[in-house]
Design a protein around this ligand. Structure first.
Ligand code: HEM
Length: 207
């Protein structure tokens, strides 16, 4: 089965996905401006948690595009992957800024002390830094400049980045590991799918 939508429908869907992806951030801004009490006793921490969750959601959605495309036969799904990946990066920037600005109030020596105490922050930081080259090279121009094969190789970094993100989350959770476990299971399924596909390709090539 192969589903295909006209360019106009794809553009409309892209606008809808773009708008929907801004909603979590819009809700945070709204809460800060109009309803700070809803952010609880520690608004900086709440913002940190909400933005952190969304980085992982967008990373997993980005990784899910290829399997979904193959399973549904809807090839146009690939047209949404770059946008979702860039939203993962945008939410990672907001998450990082929430930490540096709201949570630590730009006190860099305090941050250094905290990183020693809580090494999971370094893991999150590593994931964030690795996302930067992917965001920069996400344009068509960079695909041409690097060549398809090298570009694809670089963008495979999204898998270890997602693993680091899940490790970061799992490590920071103190008691209830339900959500880190859910993220880890979803990521494992996506990684397993990729492994099976790659194995299949190798066997076919050898045959
Ligand atoms: C791709 C990068 C990252 C991902 C996927 C990510 C994901 C997350 C998630 C899911 C949470 C928990 C949300 C919740 O409890 O509901 C979180 C919390 C947190 N993240 Fe990240 N994060 C990333 C990068 C970073 C960076 C760069 C920093 C700081 C330099 C950072 C610092 C923190 C801190 C301090 C918390 C809260 C810890 C606590 O409450 O004890 N993260 N992150």
């Amino acid at each position: 089965m192969s589903l295909s939508l006209s360019k106009r429908w794809i553009s409309l869907l892209k606008v809808l996905v773009f708008g929907a992806a801004l909603i979590p951030w819009g809700l945070i801004i709204y809460a800060v401006v109009a309803d700070p009490i809803s952010l609880g006793a520690n608004p900086a921490e709440t913002i940190l948690h909400k933005t952190g969750d969304w980085v992982l959601y967008f990373l997993l959605m980005t990784l899910a595009i290829t399997p979904l495309r193959k399973l549904t036969g809807w090839n146009d799904l690939i047209k949404f992957r770059r946008m979702l990946g860039l939203f993962a990066f945008c939410y990672a920037c907001l998450h990082f800024l929430a930490y540096v600005g709201f949570d630590r109030l730009f006190d860099f020596s305090d941050m250094a002390r905290e990183i020693v105490k809580r090494p999971y922050i370094l893991v999150g930081f590593a994931a964030f830094v690795l996302l930067i080259p992917l965001a920069i090279t996400s344009t068509r121009g960079w695909v041409l400049r690097l060549g398809g094969a090298r570009w694809a190789m670089l963008h495979k970094a999204i898998y270890p980045i997602a693993v680091l993100g899940v490790v970061h989350y799992w490590w920071l959770v103190k008691r209830d590991i339900t959500w880190p476990l859910v993220f880890a299971l979803v990521l494992s399924v996506l990684l397993a799918y990729r492994g099976v596909k790659r194995g299949g390709r190798r066997i076919r090539a050898a045959a």
